[in-house]
Design a protein around this ligand. Structure first.
Ligand code: NG1
Ligand code: MG
Length: 515
């Protein structure tokens, strides 16, 4: 069913009990500052949350399902519509960010300049703004006076960037809704697709997990997100146990700014997995379309269709697990030679893919990358195994939901074990961990977490740990003592509380219209 972004008149639906008082203060502060800045009250406030990915890392852009949940930290944009002129002004409640002001250009000129090399905060706004106007064919937009407030830590793998893009998309649609052709307001589902496309203007070749999660999450649930053949979301509830499951986020405080490091990290990984998919398809005799677009999930689907796989008598999860296990064996067979296992040059990868370097670049590299060695074996192996863990994680949660004699510790150990295995794979096969992530996930397990792993793109940023609720206070104290006091002794109490905290699943994007 097509749903639109919910319009709310009470923010208490967005936050858990312990967070509601500070959230109210922040929303009020935003309106007060808005009035100071623009001499009037906002017409509405758009909201979009960050997310924590529980399991399924670096597999969305390979077409595989992931399991994140929205967090309470979010991005808010207060907006007043200016009917008199099309100009846009965007200020930030935090004065360290420079105000953006522009008069939109024509649709053909892309409305607003975005220089991905410049790495300015307002690029994410420009990206969402351009994406909406372009997709909705708006030629003469209304003016927008905006003030933004964000609490998702940046460079922490908690998707501050997508929260900002999604919030902008939400705000822009709301501000321009009377100009939309035939009054066809896009559904929330469509807005998440617009947000996914929009964020690519900023220069990363991202999957779509963050934007789908930020817009489509539902209260009290994680979100299973599938991308292929179409975007599909299914809320996943955690089994009600006594004591309950809690996810604790702990930031290494090593910032990993994906926009800056993309050519040598994130985008490089995307390209490695695209090369791997093409080469695997060739090895399996699967035709690749002329567009070249073919990810590792499509290789799996095409392979099992070709061999006439029958899932008789198996549940969907059992069949998926069987297929993923088989793909992992195929990766061994095709990429298991010493030469490929230790990484190949760009020239060699192109040769294996049956393409010239120019052809390969044209098909698969839309953003600049820099790399000497391309790891086809390790990346493909991680992706198929990681998806298997996602399927198992979800299956365990769903089965446990109907189980009467559930033993919480057994459940926590199973789920935590999958998270630990995911972390190992990110470290060993995907090379997206770092020393501090290793240290912090190690400390977390010592301090009582059943599982602990990096979340988001990695190379720094935050960890997520599965902890039994009765152990949370002690767990957090231990991390404060053993990680933060050691590496960041000068943090204030408030900074510490933002570095390590228990999180509850929040709901997705919303628009607040005052009473
Ligand atoms: P972060 O680093 O949290 O923005 C990125 C991608 C995701 C996904 C993860 C890795 C974007 C906007 N986000 O997340 O799509 O690929 O890395 O699992 O590109
Ligand atoms: Mg991001």
């Amino acid at each position: 069913m097509a749903s639109i972004i919910p319009v709310i008149d009470d923010i208490s639906v967005l936050y858990s009990e312990p967070k509601i008082a500070s959230a109210r203060a922040r929303w009020t502060d935003l309106s007060i500052h808005f009035e100071k800045e623009y001499g009037r009250m906002p017409d509405f406030i758009a909201r979009a949350p960050g997310r924590v990915n529980l399991i399924g890392e670096h597999i969305d852009y390979a077409g595989f399902g992931v399991l994140p949940m929205a967090i309470e930290d979010d991005c808010l944009i207060a907006v007043a519509i200016d009917e008199s002129k099309p100009d846009v002004k965007l200020a930030n409640l935090n004065p360290k960010y420079q105000t953006l002001e522009f008069t939109p250009k024509s649709r053909q000129e892309g409305y607003v300049d975005i220089n991905p090399e410049a790495h300015v905060w307002s690029n994410y706004f420009s990206a969402g703004y351009r994406g909406v106007l372009d997709e909705l064919h708006i030629e003469k937009p209304k003016g927008m006076l905006c003030l933004m407030s964000g609490t998702v830590p940046t460079g922490a793998g908690l998707s501050s960037s997508s929260a900002f893009v999604c919030c902008t998309v939400n705000a822009t649609v709301k501000a321009q809704e009377s100009l939309i052709e035939d009054g066809k307001i896009p559904s929330a589902h469509e807005l998440s697709i617009i947000s996914i496309r929009s964020e690519r203007y900023v220069g990363t070749m991202g999957g779509g997990m963050d934007q789908a999660c930020s817009i489509l999450s539902q209260p009290k649930s994680a979100l299973f997100i599938e991308f292929h053949p179409v975007l599909k979301v299914t809320p996943v509830q955690f089994p009600t146990t006594v004591p309950p499951i809690v996810f604790v986020i702990a930031n290494t405080l090593v910032t990993s700014d994906k926009a800056v490091t993309a050519p040598v990290r994130y985008n490089l990984r995307v390209v490695e997995t695209r090369g791997a998919a093409r080469i695997l398809a060739l090895a399996l005799g699967i035709p690749v379309p002329a567009s070249g677009k073919f990810h590792l999930k499509q290789v799996l689907d095409a392979h099992f269709e070709r061999i006439g796989y029958k899932s008789e008598g198996k549940t969907e999860a059992e069949a998926d697990i069987e297929k993923l296990t088989e793909m992992s064996h195929i990766v061994e067979r095709v990429f298991g030679t010493e030469e490929i296992k230790s990484g190949v040059t760009f020239a060699k990868m192109c040769e294996l893919a049956g393409l010239s370097e120019t052809e390969f670049t044209k098909l698969y590299i839309q953003q600049p990358i820099r790399g000497e060695t391309f790891h086809l074996y390790r990346r493909a192996k991680h992706i198929y195994n990681e998806e298997k863990r996602v399927v198992q994680f979800r299956d365990i949660c769903e089965k446990a939901a109907n189980q009467r004699d559930l033993v919480p510790r057994t459940l926590f150990t199973q789920l935590g074990g999958l998270m630990n295995a995911s972390q190992d794979s990110c470290q060993v096969l995907y090379d997206c961990s770092c020393e501090e992530l290793e240290e912090l996930t190690g400390l977390a397990r010592h301090a009582g977490a059943y599982g602990s792993r990096l979340t988001g793109a990695g190379w720094g940023g935050a960890t997520v740990s599965l902890v039994s609720e009765d152990q949370v206070p002690e767990f957090i104290e231990t991390l404060k003592r053993e990680y933060y006091a050691k590496h960041h002794p000068n943090l204030t109490e408030d900074q510490l509380d933002h570095a390590v905290f228990a999180t509850a699943p929040s709901s997705g994007a919303a628009t607040f219209v005052g009473r």
